[in-house]
Design a protein around this ligand. Sequence first.
Ligand code: C2E
Ligand code: MG
Ligand code: MG
Length: 551
Amino acid sequence: MSDVFNNELFEAFASASDNVYIYVCDMKTDISRWSKAAVDYFGLEGEYIEDAANIWGQHVHPDDLKVYTEDIADVFSGTKKYHDCQYRARNASGGYVWVECKGSVIRDAEGNPIIFAGLMTRIDGQSKYDSLTGLLTTQELHYFDFVAQSGIALLIGMDGFRKIISNYGYNIGDEILIKFSREISDLCNPQWKVLRFSGDEFLVIAFESNLQEVTDFYEKICREADVIILEDGRKVGISVSAGGVFFPQDADNREVLINKLEHSLEYTKNNRRGDMVFFSEEIAKKHERGLVLREDLRQCIKNGFKGFELFFQPFINPHSHTIVGCECLLRWKGDRIKDSYPMEFIKVLEDYGDIHEVGFWVMEQAIRQQAAWRDIYGDLQVSFNVSYQQFVDDTFEERAISCVEKYGVNPKNIIIELTESCQVEDPQELATMFGRLREQGFKIALDDFGTAYASMEMLKCLPVDYVKVEHSFIRELSQPGHDIDYVIVDSLLEMCKRLGYNSIIEGVENSKVADIVGEMNATLLQGYHYSRPVCRKDFEKQLDEGRKRSL
Ligand code: C2E
Ligand code: MG
Ligand code: MG
């Protein structure tokens, strides 16, 4: 037996780690010795193996065999100094694990190889490669030096990937991720690294790049993502957003880099969808504010909804010019943040799932208020807003019904407004639920109609009572050059009438617009011209005045 195997050093190294295996091959006899841990783990025939290259080759994953054999051949031929490659190897239980195999050849005085020795490290636990896309995982970030090398890091995220999965299913979702990841890899410069960051997010580390190169790359990515052709020939378009960070200027280590990239992407998705936005102080501040908002909101919810309040904005009957109801609009002031508008804090409530709890609070306040006003002012049509995700809650319907029962309110006086119909993932299920709520007597309104691309589609499949025509068509109706808005609104109202829907025109801001829409065929009007949303007391003053006028 060759001396190369029989030394204490081999024993010492062999027993040093459970995840690192060592091997030494006497190339003259082609007999090699493997550490005991390797024998056990990979199910080898014994510590001593003849023709190990062949035997070990049978353990290498077929897809990785080429990489492995080419690397070994290069080392033996002397083209490459060290064997260094990663591949999947079959273990004793038949599964594959990623290993990193490193080794070198010792040659005699004539240059003939005499010993080949090395070690193999299991890297499956740290998963160097993502199993779906084959891209590097974020583990690899540990090995980058963000100080010695400069460049730009881009975190690219798909917009609405969850919706793609719900429309097409998980398998197609995976196919899209694989195809998209290949496109990123193909389009980027060979010196750059592409990593799968998480779910639908990909990280590109553009070493030694400049802004122009990265901008060109991002534009190409956007174009490619626009049409992804699936195996079955179907075409799916996705849109992407990206957050960027310059290193080492803005981040000189992994933690800071990841942090800033995540904040930048979050900012882009919320404010500038589709764009590539670089980290800035403004983004840092927004993020900080988001954290405080969330904490303050949570605190208020815990304290029995302290800080939340409903404001009321009247619905005007265009014929009688009287208040016939109101929309309840949520307002909130936290301990630290006192100037947050619904668009901001409702988004936070939605993002963290707190909208359910707050939404039920809104529902109860609105219904209770309808009952309280009824005895003084007669029946008012009271509406409140509901985000799509609130409808998905199984208890919504039952709670709406028990709430009207609790306060003795006739549900025909309650209008439930669906706020962002564009997010509806399962219109059929929602339609069934709307149907049941309407059977109970509730009125359903489709809010902000006309903005989302899906508006018409939604109108087609959802049974509703009211369509609320969005502000943006109304606000400038009186301005010159807005004839198109006039035609759109007029046609929308005509359509509503023919389909048997009631309509509410939102955003009537001044008397000129009021005159124009007064001539149109809307059921109800709403806007700053009549009143801004006001607190309960002020709204009651308006109701009192209206009552006095009619006495
Ligand atoms: P929305 O339901 O479309 O409510 C109408 C928004 O338009 C309100 O903004 C209102 O103040 C504003 N507005 C009313 N008249 C005019 C006008 O003449 N001109 C202009 N420019 N704006 C006018 P607000 O109160 O900031 O609410 C924004 C959005 O927040 C609401 O839009 C609704 O989608 C959401 N929201 C409000 N309260 C709730 C709630 O309790 N739950 C849920 N899920 N969403 C709510
Ligand atoms: Mg509304
Ligand atoms: Mg609206």
